[in-house]
Design a protein around this ligand. Sequence first.
Ligand SMILES: O=c1ccn([C@@H]2O[C@H](COP(=O)(O)OP(=O)(O)O[C@H]3O[C@@H](CO)[C@H](O)[C@H]3O)[C@@H](O)[C@H]2O)c(=O)[nH]1
Ligand SMILES: [Mn+2]
Length: 374
Amino acid sequence: MAQLYSSMKPTPMLKDELDIVIPTIRNLDFLEMWRPFFEKYHLIIVQDGDPSRTINIPKGFDYELYNRNDINRILGPKSSCISFKDSACRCFGYMVSKKKYIYTIDDDCFVAKDPSGKEINALEQHIKNLLTPSTPDFFNTLYDPYGDGADFVRGYPFSMREGAITAVSHGLWLNIPDYDAPTQLVKPLERNSRKFYLPLKSLNNEVVLLYVDAVMTIPKGTLFPMCGMNLAFDRELIGPAMYFGLMGDGQPIGRLTICGLVICDHMGWGVKTGLPYIWHSKASNPFVNLRKEYNGIFWQEEAIPFFQSVTLPKECTSVQQCYMELAKLVKEKLGKVDPYFTKLADGMVTWIEAWDELNSPDGAEAKAPKGKDE
Ligand SMILES: O=c1ccn([C@@H]2O[C@H](COP(=O)(O)OP(=O)(O)O[C@H]3O[C@@H](CO)[C@H](O)[C@H]3O)[C@@H](O)[C@H]2O)c(=O)[nH]1
Ligand SMILES: [Mn+2]
């Protein structure tokens, strides 16, 4: 399937083909800053924590809001696969959406500015990333050859210039980077201000935050730490594999995405990272994060070599089949690391079952209180 976007200008809005998923334990006043970019889109808000709390949502946005009671009502016993008291609860929004694309953003992420001072329309850049091919099989040293002002460099095989379908667009962050707790603890004041260019001086002669003006494809066979803070994906392609795992309340682990992107390699799809940037305003509490992360920090030393070694049978031709196979392997190979991984594997199976229940042609409709403040 050829990617839609080529050199046409402007980037299609896809306002009827994309949902914005926001996990939250806070009021959503941050939407005021995003209003020019988000107001035409449908929002799926997943309210975590105490369902009796009222979340303030600025007027004029079209949204559906799900709290834990809704999740339990819609999924019944299968709601056990949706994390509670962890941002991974956002996966429920992926499951109930009916749109082709998803953009997910945290409620402490704001509109960033590029070095020229122009506000960045993160959603537009993600759409551009998703509608242009990726280059997972052969690295282009000018990064994204489909970006404005770039192309394939000399020596890039012409037979590979059509590229691969892009399944995921992973954006980055100015100000507070997505650091783990130990890094956050030793670098409490560090801000993302790497100097990839001559420092741009602001009016009062201070170095302003800079950013890396690049989008690149994650090379095939390479894993990377995927952050859900500023992330978009083709839900019809890779949606069933975008489960963030079992984390938060009742789990020995949090803030670690066990994600099935190895399936992209198996399916021949691409994953991009880089632009767009958002401005991440708040560092969650590093001590609380350390408690959530410490198991994951040493388990990942076993889990990563496992995921790097995974090869899926060619008989797995759908994402669901791949994911079920991955769950089987997680149980077999990682179950001995800790019983958690057996629980996780079961959660992965339940996730696919719930996904198919809600998304098969005759699947149950996820009834939620529709929200649209006139
Ligand atoms: O129990 C919770 C806690 C938070 N949320 C919502 O999830 C996002 C992220 O929360 P926050 O900004 O406080 O935490 P960060 O450490 O900055 O998050 C990043 O680290 C990873 C940890 O989850 C994640 O990939 C990034 O998002 C906000 O919208 C909170 O409101 C929640 O739903 N439940
Ligand atoms: Mn945050």
